[in-house]
Design a protein around this ligand. Sequence first.
Ligand code: TRP
Length: 334
Amino acid sequence: MAHKDIVLTGDRPTGPLHLGHFVGSLQNRVMLQEKYKQYVMIADLQAMTDNVDNPQKVRDNVLQVLLDYLAVGIDPKKTSIFIQSLIPQIAELYVIYMNLVTVNRLKRNPTIKVEVQQRGFGQNVTAGFLTYPVHQTADITVVKGTLIPVGIDQLPMIEQANEIARRFNHIYKVDVFPEVKALTSKVSRLPGTDGTAKMSKSLGNAIFLCDTADVVAKKVMTMYTDPKHIRVEDPGNIEGNTVFSYLDAFDPDQKRVQELKDHYQRGGLGDVKIKRYLVDVLNNLLEPIRTKREALAKDPQEVMKIALKGSDDVLEVAEQTMKEVKEAICLNYK
Ligand code: TRP
């Protein structure tokens, strides 16, 4: 308990959250809130960077993401859940930080390079997208976050945040911002239902926390297994077999998983059987989440109040940070 580290994480509200988020970050946040002061941010402004023409989608998904947070057990009494655009100090810091980073440095950020390519932006990438790591630095530093849980693909973001924060401290000869550390998770990434490396909404291979039991069953039944496992009696391969990857990730009974793996590899265990078993495992996990989510969803206004309250709490911290920043850069008029 009583640890000095401050945790900040967040998500872009571009869709409801799925099982990939669950293993990658949500579970972790539920644990981290017991040990640290934790901030979880709904990054609505960041979501705009690649949804310029679809603000309504972003707006609608703020509630969806919030429902997911609460349904999995992120507790607003322990975690400040807040909305990025409600903290104007983030935008202020972003403007100040823009002078502390070069355009070349931003273009060299490996994560940005990949994302620009994935989205087909090429030379037409907007300034907003290219500089979102600077915006993200503002997210982290506005609450003086020190511990940022991220996937390894996000490590360049943390490096960039540190460069900016250090540069600020160095140029203005202050010690306003602490060192930022990445907290990389040990769990490997959850594949999509189609067996590809990553579960994502845009790839259409996701199981959402809000999917009904029937939808979960349907998605699991089409899941990628071992394409060479044709007849039940044939020995099957568990490597790269999505059903087993999911059982590894979600079945609390790992002894049973090992038995199923042995049986499958020996031959005599059909895909339909293991899929039905996985449907039960997933629905057992999701049922309480679904129930809680549905109950909360009946009163969206009440739910939104939680994020508004969290944002008010963050505003207080943000004002204090901003005061120190303005003092450092001689803009302390008041
Ligand atoms: N980029 C993160 C995502 O794609 C969301 C995010 C915004 C974030 N600001 C952050 C994560 C700061 C960690 C720290 O979901």
